[in-house]
Each structure stands twice: as C-alpha cells, then as structure tokens.
Design a protein around this ligand. Structure first.
Ligand code: 13P
Ligand code: 13P
Ligand code: MG
Ligand code: MG
Length: 330
C-alpha cells in the first residue's frame, strides 16, 4: 500500500462564460471537449496533476490541481488561453450567443484576478490523510448567493451538528473573511462570537461576500469562493459574475452532508434573467451526465426564464493531488 506523505497541493477553479447554446442556456459540448483536451496535454506536460471540466448553464469551470500555488501565471495563463482559443475557434465560428462574454480584455497580463473577467477560486493546502472536496458552481446569480449557505455550513449548529458534537469544531468555531467589493476592504470575523456582525454584513450579498473560511483553532482553510464582480470591473453591465467555490469536508470540518444540507433550502438570490434584473430561488440541480474517463460533466438543463438560478455540487476525494471521482452530489 502506498505510504501517505504530506504534500502541498493547490486546487484552482477558473470559470468563464464565453458563449451560450442557445442564448444564455448552456456551454457547447465542443467547448468542454476542447478544454478537457488542452488540460490533458498540460497534465502530460507535468504542469497539472489532474483536472476536470464541467458547466452550469453558460459558465464553464476548469478545475485544476497542481503544486504551483495560488495566482500562478502558468496556471492562469493556461485557463486564459483555453477561454480565448475556444472563443475564437468555436464560440465565434458557430456564433454562440455572447461569444467571449466574460473576457473583458484582449491580452493576458500574468494573473486573471487583475480584472480580466473570469472567476477564480483557489486554495493551497497540505493534503490530509483523507481529503474530501466539494466544488460548487452557480449560474444566473451573483457571488454573494453563497453567503447564506456558507454561513449555515460553518456557523449554524442547526445545519451543522458537528459545531456542537465534534470537539475540533466546537473549540473556537470558524473565522470568516468577508470582502467589501465596493471599497476593497476585508473583514475577519469569528463565529460564534461575532455572528451578528457577520450577518449584518453578509445580508447585503451584492456588496459583502464571504471569500474564505478558516477553522479558528489552527487556521486550516476550509473554503474559498470567487468574488470577482464583472460589472464593477468593467464599469458597466457586461455579463454576470456567477460564482464558484471549493469546500473541504470531514475530520474536524463540516461533513459532506452538512455542506450539502445548507443548499437544500432555495433562498432568493439576485441575478435571474435579463442581466440579473430579477430575483429567484437558488435551486440545487443535478448534472445531466458525468464522464469520468473524459473528465467532463454536462450541467443541468435550464428550464424557465433562463434559469432558475442553479447551483451544482461535485464531490471528489483528493489523493496526492489527483481528483478521485467526481460524484454528482445533488
Ligand atoms: P461514518 O460513521 O459513516 O464515517 O459517518 C460519519 C458522519 O459524520 C456522517 O455524517
Ligand atoms: P449570464 O450572466 O449567465 O450570461 O446570464 C445573463 C442573462 O441575462 C440571462 O437572462
Ligand atoms: Mg451568458
Ligand atoms: Mg452565466
């Protein structure tokens, strides 16, 4: 049996809407295939340990594991070139709707976080002896849509019994890093002590977004959510900042079931139809198909009014940077 060696691995999700089939409904399967092929090449070249490609609605997520750390120019550059090439060679050729929608700039400047358009969620951590990961992606909504469920996962004992009965969580609870996307200010607030302050901020999800969550006793990072706001970057409406997130589960962190339970209630979120001019319920939705061989999963069907706002969840076991799975968790 292989011996366990602690290693630092980076899990990166970079996501963009580069055109819809039809309208804002879905990603073209050829684009998912193209992305998976490019990522396969980079796995062979040694840049990536592993990868997976999936969509929800018109947003394609590139999930990549590697040892390069966060904000790495090679990793970000790879995602950018995949989005650019798929826009030019597929989306524009077959005239997908809103081809290149989330690509705000023409040239890559080393880091996708510098306002280029795509959403980024990345976490570097030491792999535990067993490392369950849940990745979320939502469409027809905004990054603050994850505020309420993430609060429930990490601060509400009626959702997460582990906060009461698991000594590792009971001692100290969790630290929330909340970003004010208008002022660029960061707040670090602890639950349960500062619960009312946390709720006071995240109840305005268009402005205050939970970005990272840490276990307070040892600052193990438990989650990361993308926070890019496209309209704030571009200064006008250009498409929406549909969010992605990564959550680590079990063994002193919320159980997979507790992580998912927070999404069972379809709370109202902004971002539905006509550039987010409507609110709607955030519906947990099942993937249409998951192909583990080709490392591609097709997202749920959009059924009403370009939506409703949907969230998908995929579950992996990480081992030595490899992504075992995924299983559709909804
Ligand atoms: P097992 O006993 O199956 O490991 O499950 C533990 C748990 O906490 C599930 O919610
Ligand atoms: P997207 O942000 O998902 O492209 O949706 C835009 C829209 O207006 C859908 O009605
Ligand atoms: Mg779109
Ligand atoms: Mg979208």
């Amino acid at each position: 049996m292989k011996q366990y060696l602690p290693m630092k691995v980076t899990v990166s999700i970079i996501k963009a809407d580069i055109g819809g089939l039809p309208g804002h409904a879905w990603v073209h399967p050829k684009i998912l295939e193209f992305a998976a092929e490019r990522l396969r090449e980079e796995q062979r070249s040694g840049l990536l340990i592993d990868y997976f490609v999936y969509n929800v609605g018109d947003d394609m997520s590139l999930l990549m594991t590697h040892t390069k750390g966060e904000n790495n120019p090679d990793i970000h550059g790879l995602a950018w070139s995949i989005f650019k090439e798929a826009t030019e060679n597929i989306a524009k050729k077959v005239k997908l709707y809103g081809a290149g929608q989330d690509l705000l700039k023409d040239t890559f400047s080393g880091n996708i976080r510098g306002g280029l358009g795509p959403q980024v969620a990345e976490m570097e951590f030491e792999e535990r002896p067993s490392e369950p990961l849940v990745v979320f992606a939502a469409d027809k909504t905004e990054p603050g849509a994850f505020n309420l469920p993430f609060y429930r996962i990490f601060a509400d004992p009626f959702n997460t019994a582990g906060l009461v009965i698991d000594p590792a969580m009971h001692q100290g609870g969790f630290r929330f890093e909340i970003l004010d996307v208008y002022e660029g200010k960061v707040y670090l607030l602890d639950a349960p002590e500062n619960s009312y302050d946390i709720l006071g901020l995240i109840g305005t999800p268009g402005r205050y977004i939970i970005r990272r969550i840490y276990r307070k006793s040892d600052l193990v990072q438990a989650s990361v959510t993308s926070v890019e706001r496209l309209n704030l970057i571009a200064g006008r409406y250009v498409g929406k900042d549909d969010p992605v997130a990564i959550v680590r589960a079990q063994h002193g962190l919320p159980a997979v079931g507790e992580v998912l339970e927070a999404f069972a209630y379809p709370h109202l979120v902004e971002g539905w139809m006509r550039g987010g001019s409507h609110v709607g319920p955030l519906m947990p939705a099942k993937m249409v198909s998951i192909d583990q061989e080709r490392k591609i999963a097709l997202g749920p069907k959009m059924t009403r009014f370009d939506g409703p706002p949907k969230v998908i969840a995929l579950g992996f076991q990480l081992h030595d940077g490899y992504l075992e799975g995924p299983r559709g968790l909804i």
